[in-house]
Design a protein around this ligand. Structure first.
Ligand SMILES: NC(=O)c1ccc[n+]([C@@H]2O[C@H](COP(=O)([O-])OP(=O)(O)OC[C@H]3O[C@@H](n4cnc5c(N)ncnc54)[C@H](OP(=O)(O)O)[C@@H]3O)[C@@H](O)[C@H]2O)c1
Length: 297
């Protein structure tokens, strides 16, 4: 297999765990009013993560999976988690089958012991964590605050906010020991503006940005950079579930974003990689607007 086709597969996931991804991509392209760049066309810094160990929470689908594939395509060793074991093992195997390096370890980011075991498991296996992408998250079901159950609130807050706190709590000591590290937390457009009926999601994502700023300040002089990324509408299973719950569609939602299209997970992956690269060596405490202009309105 040629190097280019190996990279294309790693980047797009084309051997796919799922034909579902292909169907989604076709549907997405139909819905978008502007064609986004082909994922593989813009990945032009071959091997820049060779030798780096990258830990990702929630890479069994969506943005996390795309980012795992993108880092592996650029030479990194990827260690990732998620709760769906069969899917996790399949994704890791599919990356390894085409020459990448990836391992899956089951972990639920709501559970402290799981997060510790996952982070420590990476270090036991690979000796270090150069980069951590704390990505795992869930959406809120639509409901007003008065009608929202405490259980529902807690589940979203525990996954999206406490999960990021726990991840950093166990990643940072390894980075301090190493003397360096880079962390990116997955925030959201909802970290900056309110959307009615998704209070737990919005509150949890505001918390992710707060955690990012605090961590950045606490470890700036320890050679650890901490940033967040704020995607807008990205074509993943989460977005599709959310749009179905809100009874809307890609076409309508696209119009809310100045770029007038739904973003591909591979595009978010590349923005994460920028923050993790030496090109961002003096950037810390930022939440990078990857919404396609929504936050500029
Ligand atoms: N898609 C968007 O439009 C959008 C926009 C802004 C921000 N984001 C953020 O991007 C991140 C990824 O979302 P996505 O759109 O890629 O959704 P997705 O396709 O549903 O993927 C979510 C990932 O998180 C994992 N996850 C969820 N709960 C977990 C838990 N308790 N423990 C461990 N892993 C868990 C899931 O794995 P398992 O189910 O196997 O556990 C899955 O791998 C989230 O933080 C989301 O808030 C997404």
């Amino acid at each position: 297999m040629s190097e280019i086709s190996r990279r294309q597969i790693l980047t797009t996931g084309a051997i796919g765990i799922t034909g579902f991804a292909t169907v989604m991509a076709v549907q997405s392209a139909q819905a978008n009013t502007q064609t986004p760049p082909e994922p593989q066309a813009s990945v032009n810094t071959d091997g820049r993560f060779t030798g780096k160990v990258v830990l990702i929470t929630g890479a069994t689908s969506g943005i996390g999976e795309a980012t795992a594939r993108a880092f592996a395509a650029e030479g990194a060793t990827v260690h990732f988690c998620g709760r769906r074991e069969m899917l996790g093992e399949q994704i890791a195997q599919s990356i390894c089958d085409i020459g990448g390096k990836a391992t899956y370890q089951r972990a639920d980011v709501r559970i402290e012991e799981d997060v510790k075991a996952f982070v420590d498991g990476c270090v036991e296996q690979y000796g270090r964590i150069d980069i951590a992408f704390n990505n795992a998250g869930i959406e809120s079901s639509p409901s007003t605050i008065a009608d929202r159950s405490l259980n529902d609130w807690m589940d979203v807050m525990t996954t999206n906010a406490t999960g990021v706190f726990l991840s950093m709590k166990y990643e940072i000591p390894h980075m301090l020991r190493q003397g360096n590290g880079v962390i990116v937390n997955n925030a959201s457009v909802s970290s900056h503006v309110g959307f009615a009926t998704i209070a737990p999601y919005s509150a949890s994502k505001h918390a992710v940005v707060s955690l990012t700023k605090v961590a950045a300040l606490e470890y700036a002089d320890k050679n650890i950079r901490v940033n967040a990324i704020a995607p807008g509408a990205v074509d993943t299973p989460m977005l599709r579930r959310a749009l179905a719950a809100w009874n809307t569609n890609f076409e309508t939602v696209s119009q809310d974003y100045p770029i007038k299209r739904i973003v591909r997970p591979e595009e978010i992956a590349r923005s994460v990689m920028f923050l993790c690269s030496d090109d961002a060596s003096c950037i810390t405490g930022m939440d990078l607007d990857a919404t396609g202009g929504y936050l500029t309105k």
